[in-house]
Design a protein around this ligand. Structure first.
Ligand code: BJ8
Length: 428
C-alpha cells in the first residue's frame, strides 16, 4: 500500500522512512502470526483488509472528513466518551500504543521502568509514525493511572491534549456527579473544537451508533463463549482492536455479518480447535493493535482464548448507554451510568471487576485464567492478588504473566503457558 499514500503521509508530517520500517515489520508479523491460522471464517477477509489498510485507506477517509470540515479526536482509554465526539460530527480513533517499535524513541526521554503501553504511545508521537496521531485535531487523555497522567503533560507539548478527570471512586454518588460535570466540560470542548452544537437529537443518534457497535461486539463475544469456539481468540482480539479505528457503521455491519457465519458454525458444531482443547480467559491490561503476542503463544500451545476481560474486550462493550429521558442532561446521565461501570483497576474499590471475571469464566466455560499485566502497571498487577483469590474460590487456576511488548521473554512465557495448560488438562 505504501507508494500511493506517501503524499498523504508527507502532508501529515510523518517520518516516511521510519514509517516504512514499521509497516514492513507489521506486514511480516501479520503474515507470520494471523494469516496462517487454520479454518478462519470467510468474514475475517474484511478485517484482514482493514489491517492491510490501517495506515492507508482509513487515514485517507479521516483526511477526507477533515477536508469536509469535520474533526478527528484521538484517545487512549475506553473512558473517553466517543458518543460526544460523534454527536458533534467528529470521529474518535484509538491512537497507536501497542508496539515495541516506538519504545526506544520514548526511552530517550522517559524513564525505562514505565508501562510499555505508555512508552509506546509517547514514542509514536515523538517519532511521527502513527498517522492517527498525526491526523488528530485533539487528543483526549484521562487521569487514570499515574504513568499516563504524567506523560500526557509531556504529550501536550507535542499535540493539543485535553485531559478528562475521571473519578477514582466511580460508583459513589459524589463520583458520578463529578463525572457528569466533566462530561459537560468535555461536551463544551468538543463543541468549541468542531463548531457544532451537541443537541439532544444528535447525542441520541450518536449513543445509538456506538451502542450498535457494542451490541455487535457483545454478540461476537457470546458466540466465542460457545464450546467449541467458532472463531479463534486471536481473530476475536483482532476485531476488538479494530473496533477503535474503523468506521463504526461499517464495522458494526461487518461484525454482524461475521456473526451470522459463526452462528451457522455453532449450529453445525464446527470449531476452530478440537472440542477438548483447553479454554482460557485472558484478563488484565489492554492489548492494543498489534499486540498479539500472548494470544499467539496460547494458541500455538493448543488452547483457545474464549474471552478477553480487558478494555480491548468485554470492558468496552458489556454495558450500553441506556437513556431514561430525552433531554441532553438525561443523555449525559446515561453516559455517566455506563462509563461508571467500566471496572478499570485504576479505581477503588473495584469489586465489580472481580465479580465480572468470575461470571465471564462461567459463561465462557473456561478451564483457567491467564492474568496479563504489562510491566510496571501497578494497578492491574496488585489487583491480580484479589482476582487469584476469587478464582481459587471457584476452583479455577490462574497463571500470572507480566511482560512487555518485546519478544525476549516469549520462549519463557511459552514454557509457562504449556505447563499451565497441562494443569488444566489434568482437571478436565
Ligand atoms: S479504563 S485499563 S483503557 S486506563 S497505561 S493502566 S496498562 S500502567 S491502559 Fe486503561 Fe482506560 Fe483503565 Fe481501560 Fe496499566 Fe499501562 Fe496505566 Fe494502562
Amino acid at each position: 500500500m505504501a507508494e500511493k499514500y506517501i503524499p498523504m503521509w508527507e502532508k501529515l508530517g510523518m517520518d516516511i522512512q521510519k514509517h516504512n520500517q514499521l509497516l514492513n515489520g507489521l506486514g511480516q508479523y501479520y503474515t507470520a502470526v494471523v494469516l496462517p491460522q487454520k479454518n478462519r471464517p470467510k468474514g475475517m477477509g474484511y478485517f484482514d483488509f482493514v489491517v492491510s489498510e490501517v495506515h492507508g485507506l482509513r487515514i485517507q477517509e479521516l483526511q477526507e472528513q477533515r477536508a469536509a470540515g469535520n474533526k478527528v479526536i484521538g484517545a487512549f482509554c475506553v473512558y473517553a466518551p466517543e458518543e460526544l465526539a460523534y454527536a458533534a460530527n467528529a470521529t474518535m480513533v484509538g491512537l497507536c500504543g501497542g508496539a515495541d517499535f516506538s519504545v526506544p524513541d520514548a526511552e530517550a526521554v522517559l524513564p525505562r521502568n514505565l508501562c510499555p503501553l505508555i512508552k509506546s504511545f509517547y514514542g509514536f508521537k515523538l517519532n511521527r509514525t502513527c498517522p492517527y496521531f498525526q491526523a488528530s485535531d485533539l487528543v483526549v487523555g484521562e487521569t487514570t493511572c499515574d504513568g499516563k497522567k504524567k506523560v500526557y503533560e509531556l504529550l501536550s507539548e507535542l499535540v493539543p491534549t485535553y485531559i478528562l478527570e475521571v473519578p477514582h471512586k466511580p460508583d459513589s454518588q459524589k463520583g458520578k456527579e463529578f463525572w457528569f460535570k466533566e462530561l459537560e466540560a468535555f461536551k463544551a470542548e468538543v463543541e468549541k473544537l468542531t463548531g457544532n452544537k451537541i443537541t439532544a437529537e444528535k447525542l441520541k443518534a450518536a449513543i445509538e451508533l456506538i451502542n450498535n457497535k457494542r451490541r455487535a461486539l457483545k454478540r461476537l463475544s457470546e458466540l466465542r463463549a460457545k464450546s467449541p469456539s467458532p472463531i479463534s481468540g486471536l481473530d476475536g482480539l483482532l476485531i476488538e482492536q479494530i473496533a477503535f479505528n474503523d468506521d463504526p457503521i461499517r464495522f458494526t455491519a461487518k461484525v454482524n455479518e461475521l456473526c451470522d457465519e459463526l452462528e451457522a458454525r455453532v449450529q453445525n458444531g464446527e470449531g476452530v480447535a478440537p472440542a477438548d482443547a483447553p479454554r482460557i480467559m485472558v484478563s488484565g491490561c489492554p492489548m492494543a493493535i498489534p499486540n498479539w503476542k500472548l494470544h499467539s503463544i496460547i494458541q500455538d500451545a493448543g488452547a483457545t482464548v474464549a474471552v478477553e476481560e480487558s478494555c480491548v474486550g468485554t470492558r468496552y462493550f458489556t454495558d450500553l448507554v441506556e437513556p431514561k429521558g430525552e433531554g441532553v442532561d438525561d443523555l449525559l446521565w446515561a453516559i455517566v451510568e455506563k462509563y461508571s461501570k467500566i471496572p478499570c483497576a485504576c479505581f477503588t474499590p473495584n469489586e465489580r471487576r472481580i465479580k465480572t471475571i468470575q461470571e465471564l469464566a462461567k459463561q465462557a466455560n473456561v478451564g483457567g485464567v491467564i492474568y496479563y499485566t504489562l510491566q510496571n502497571c501497578h494497578d492491574y498487577n496488585v489487583e491480580g492478588v484479589k482476582v487469584e483469590r476469587a478464582l481459587k474460590a471457584q476452583d479455577l487456576p490462574m497463571l500470572k504473566i507480566e511482560t512487555d511488548y518485546g519478544t525476549g521473554d516469549s520462549a519463557q512465557i511459552k514454557t509457562r503457558v504449556e505447563a499451565f495448560l497441562e494443569i488444566i488438562r489434568g482437571k478436565q
